[in-house]
Design a protein around this ligand. Sequence first.
Ligand code: DAK
Length: 261
Amino acid sequence: MMEFKYIIYEKNEGVATITLNRPEALNAFSEEVINEVIRALEDVKADENIRVVVLTGAGEKAFSAGADIKAMKGMNALKARKLSQTGEKLCVALENLEKPVIAAINGYALGGGLEVAMACDLRIASENARMGQTEINIGLIPGWGGTQRLTRLIGMTKAKELVFTGKIIDAKTAEQLGLVNMVVPQDKFRETVQQFAVELAQKAPVAIKVAKALINKGAEASLDAALALESEGFGVVASSEDLQEGVSAFIEKRKPVFKGK
Ligand code: DAK
């Protein structure tokens, strides 16, 4: 088993759960935390039994209250640059992972905490979740893609409002803005997330992998180029064993068992 100090890494029913585990600091992202999450994601990548990742926070209060503010005191340009690069590396690792990642937002997701949640594919919030790009309050701007990913997710009007004011919104508002996929009562949160993740883990892995890449890459391309990419991806998925299994299962009126091949 891998050794970690700041995260808990578990595997269950095809789902890997990475829990940020510094509840005394509201799971703030220090460089060590980020590097441990990146290391866990490398294991996820190598483990073909793992089909879905859940990223969440320990305790009842926070997913993550953002970058570690205490570590920023007296930070020079080189250290800030390193912190920015490490955080970006994590976000890119989440986006490029060929498996879906669910951010299970169990409380505050502020600043860098929200940015990391936005680099995940889906966001499930508990009723007590609170989200915001609060950097402005300490004289900063989002530095792990928040100005860009937030805008792509909810549009310029609301993105500017959140980034300029630093206000914290509740789970319901986040759902209305399209920032989270769903809101779940707090007492059913962990089990609902796991159930959702297990269902996702049973979907065809090749199709999910290609769909994730197409949606991410397509967002950066012209419609023409993106549609061409979709055709290529469709070709790949159509030649998968998973498709043959899906078709056979349909004809035989049974549940498909996908292998990711
Ligand atoms: N970092 C470090 N410690 C934090 C923290 C954080 N972000 N947030 C909370 N804590 C610590 C608190 O200091 C406190 O520690 P002790 O005093 O007990 O030692 C403990 O967690 C519990 O917090 P509170 O006592 O404050 O709890 P409350 O319930 O009263 O308040 C709160 C909860 C979430 C409203 C409050 O803690 C808060 O406002 N926290 C700060 C949230 C925030 O502004 N987050 C955004 C941080 S800025 C960069 C790229 C990206 C970024 C930075 C640089 N580069 C390119 C260089 C990203 C920046 C950010 O994320």
